[in-house]
Design a protein around this ligand. Structure first.
Ligand SMILES: *Cc1c(COP(=O)(O)O)cnc(C)c1O
Length: 400
């Protein structure tokens, strides 16, 4: 007997997301289209994922070729595409080796495991703890949720995985609290993304790096949102004058195709040996192809110069709006990872943008998170500022 499904029944997908009331069916460059054919300027880039815009031609071409030859190959076989992407990543960073996985949370899981194993291998088995920072976001798995220092994300999931200690970001006073004799690593976002676009202060992160070096504690940066060009350099750490021991990547790495990576310098990476870690899908040929094709676009000499010029213009325009509209409390961020803090609810601003055909995100209650594709044109950036100006003027008129 066949079962009939009535339209009034529960949706079959679990209810874990508050979704926008738009169904997108197509994307190209900085634009997406809904099923009614309405076009939107997408300044979310799929939450810092489609950094080259939607369906970028060079990645599309390479992925199509790979799609016709080999999709999956178990990690029991040699996968030359892994070595190719790993070479690109290590050549252009301060790391020597890469582990590939499929998501940000998985990359952080790998980093956390590596930090624990490293301490054992160094003859410090008592060092099992990892320090993370208030307002951080490191993922939704059992362990990465525990690494995330936000009460609201832990709620209901007690007992929370132990082994994490939370300290305030950018506080000089906390440096001395990092090593309690049990600490193996610090995990930090250089610009906290989900937590409200909060950058670390350069002086503080340099002091933190010095402190970690002296205490033989690993400095691990979560560049899952900041990496792959988002902040105007291939990796954000380049702008802070530091060389962390471990870095995690995901979001932008595959231009929307799921790829995660954990990078480490030689001595630390050596703690992973056959049997210590692995993944079925991690490093599959399609993912590696997407990653390599994405990096090839960004490694062009001109690429970041344009991003930096456009970012500077965008920040200047936003600061000018801040000077004219008291509803804007703060403008912060790096490159194309921009937070605008409002005295009002950011969700209302996001909705106003949507009505005008522009998609943006909130990060927390009061912060508008602006994540243009790195390939956004001058014209698109001006459309965005024009739209924001319109919303601010209307807001003022409404309160008069
Ligand atoms: C998105 C994000 C993660 C989690 O990545 P998933 O792919 O969703 O598991 C972790 N850390 C940071 C900083 C992120 O922005």
């Amino acid at each position: 007997m066949s079962q009939s499904i009535s339209v009034n029944e529960l949706p079959a997908v679990m209810n874990v997301y508050n979704r926008f009331p738009i169904e997108l069916v197509k994307g190209k460059g900085s634009y997406v289209w809904d099923k009614e054919g309405k076009k939107y300027l997408d300044f979310t880039s799929g939450i810092a994922t489609c950094n080259l815009g939607h369906v970028p031609e060079p990645v599309h071409k390479k992925l199509s070729e790979q799609l016709a030859s080999l999709w999956h190959c178990s990690n029991l076989f040699a996968i030359p595409a892994q070595e190719e992407l790993a070479q690109k990543l290590t050549y252009h960073s301060c790391y020597n080796q890469v582990f590939f996985c499929n998501s940000g949370a998985e990359a952080n899981e790998a980093a956390i495991k590596l930090a624990k194993k490293y301490a054992k291998d160094q003859g410090n088995p008592e060092r099992t703890e990892i320090v993370t920072f208030h307002h951080s976001f490191h993922g939704r798995t059992g362990t990465t949720m525990a690494a995330t220092a936000q009460e609201k994300i832990h709620q209901g999931f007690e007992p929370i995985v132990s082994g994490f200690r939370y300290l305030p970001l950018n506080s000089k006073d906390v440096l001395s609290q990092i090593d309690n004799g049990k600490t193996t690593a610090v995990l930090v976002e250089l610009v906290q993304g989900e937590g409200g676009v909060r950058p670390v202060e350069q002086e503080w992160i340099i002091a933190l790096e010095d402190y970690c070096r002296q205490s033989d504690i690993l400095l691990m940066v979560d560049e899952i949102q900041t990496g792959i060009g988002r902040t105007g350099t291939l990796f954000a750490y380049e702008q802070f004058g530091i060389k962390p021991d471990v870095m995690t990547l995901a979001k932008g790495l595959g231009s929307g195709f799921p790829v995660g990576a954990m990078l480490a310098r030689q001595e630390v990476a050596a703690s992973f040996q056959p049997g210590t870690h692995g993944s079925t899908f991690g490093g599959n040929p399609l993912a590696m192809t997407a990653g390599a094709a994405t990096l090839d676009v960004m490694l062009d000499k001109q690429f970041f110069q344009e991003v930096v010029d456009k970012s500077r213009w965008l920040f200047e325009a936003l600061h000018e709006l801040k000077a004219n509209f008291p509803i804007i409390k703060d403008v912060r961020g790096y490159g194309f990872l921009i937070g605008v803090e409002f005295s009002e609810n950011a969700a209302d601003i996001v909705a106003a943008f949507r009505d005008k055909g522009v998609i943006v995100l909130a990060a927390g209650e009061h912060v508008l998170r602006i994540l243009p594709p790195l390939t956004a044109t001058w014209e698109e950036i001006k459309v965005f500022i024009h739209t924001l100006t319109g919303i601010l003027v209307e807001g003022e008129n409404n309160t008069k």
